[in-house]
Design a protein around this ligand. Structure first.
Ligand code: NAD
Ligand code: TDX
Length: 339
């Protein structure tokens, strides 16, 4: 299949975060002709070290806010596409303080869309399966592109809002936009507030892992490199105005994932603490990615979860300087919440 769109210069917002930086590495390693401008505010979740190893002639870094309209306008004038990862991304933070979520996720996306409208920039919006709410554990259904929006948390409701803005800017103003909604990512460089890296780094620090509620909640795990390859397919060959769900058939309960980590790290199956549940905690996410696979021929390559988890554990073991500075504050924040 031939490529319909071959950008020469892309703006990647949130490129110093977990998934954004993995995407930048993926593009630099797989697509020779593209120049990348990373726009990132370097919040607590952004880290310039995440971009180490990306050749200097392939990328420039702009330290700035996606809500800064003049800056965004200047960058969009020079690029032919934007892939928009920047967001406040953690559900638990959105419960304690939703304000930055509304600002970055809603107002920030609005600011970018206005610039895309002014400059005719191709716009790919990164979203989440959480916009669809949750499924029961015994429901055979999975989310599809037709599932109605039903977000539960302040985080997911701001992501749903941003998706709706993208759809409206496409329909009303003709912005050349696509959206992808992906399931839970794992892999290197994920902030240690998130489930998998929190448990790995707890064990490395001699702290007992923490499991919310009854541990039966199900997440649909995908390796972040597979998310990156899917985003590239949608950006270059996806149909304008369409939404694509990204998932790799990786449904697992939290307790199963935790037990896999414990076993891999030489701990007993019950070496963890049950802690207070997350308010409004979504029960189960599950993605049906048939459209992406059929239309664009995308396939995940990291299909062995045990192996991906082993490599992720190894990454945190070998990169303690990357996460150690954030560990105490992250755990203090959780302790205050009883988690
Ligand atoms: P992250 O929190 O690791 O990184 C977010 C990045 O955005 C950081 O580098 C941060 O500095 C930057 N940022 C935040 N506010 C900004 C602002 N106002 N201006 C400029 N930059 C700003 O997040 P992540 O887990 O890598 O998620 C990236 C995207 O993928 C988000 O849009 C998220 O909703 C989506 N997503 C995440 C997952 C997941 O499992 N983590 C799954 C599906 C979708
Ligand atoms: O210590 C913990 N113990 C625990 O049991 C933490 C941090 C989490 N959990 C549970 C809550 C969830 O059921 O693990 C599951 C995963 O939690 P998170 O890593 O916080 O992810 P989740 O809330 O599922 O959201 C993630 O996937 C969708 C990303 O953070 C979002 O950005 C993305 O949109």
């Amino acid at each position: 299949m031939s490529e319909a769109f071959s950008p020469k210069h892309i703006v990647v917002t949130g490129g110093a975060g977990f998934i954004g930086s993995n995407f930048v590495h993926w593009v630099a390693g797989n697509v020779p002709q593209v120049h990348i401008t990373v726009l990132d505010a370097l919040t607590y979740a952004g880290n310039l070290e995440n971009l180490e190893g990306v050749p200097g002639d392939r990328m420039d870094f702009v330290h700035g806010d996606i809500c800064d309209a003049p800056l965004v306008d200047e960058l969009f004038a020079k690029a032919d596409a934007c892939v928009h990862f920047a967001a406040e991304s953690h559900n638990d933070n959105s419960i304690t303080n939703p304000a930055p979520f509304v600002r970055t996720n809603v107002e920030g996306t609005f600011t970018l869309l206005e610039a895309a409208r002014a400059h005719g920039t191709r716009f790919h919006h990164i979203s989440t399966d959480e916009v669809y709410g949750d499924l029961a554990l015994d429901d055979p259904a999975r989310f599809t592109e037709e599932t109605p929006y039903h977000p539960s948390s302040p985080y997911s409701s701001t992501k749903a809002s941003s998706d709706l803005l993208v759809r409206a800017w496409h329909r009303t103003y003709g912005v050349a936009a696509t959206i992808s909604n992906c399931s839970n990512n794992y892999g290197p460089r994920q902030h240690i507030e998130k489930f998998i890296p929190r448990q790995i780094t707890n064990i490395l620090c001699g702290i007992r892992p923490k499991l919310y509620g009854d541990g039966k909640n199900v997440r649909d795990w995908i390796h972040t490199e597979d998310h990156s390859s899917a985003v590239w397919e949608v950006l270059t060959r996806g149909r304008i105005g369409e939404t694509y769900l990204i998932g790799a058939d990786g449904e697992r309960s939290n307790i199963d994932v935790l037990r896999a980590i414990l076993s891999e790290m030489g701990k007993e199956a019950d070496d963890f603490d049950w802690v207070r549940d997350r308010p409004g905690h979504d029960r189960r996410y599950a993605i049906d990615s048939t459209k992406l696979r059929r239309e664009l021929g995308w396939q995940p390559i990291h299909t062995d979860f045990a192996q991906g988890l082993r490599q992720t554990i190894e990454w945190y073991r070998s990169n303690q300087q990357w996460w150690q500075g954030a560990k105490e504050a992250t755990e203090a924040k959780y302790a205050k919440q009883g988690q």
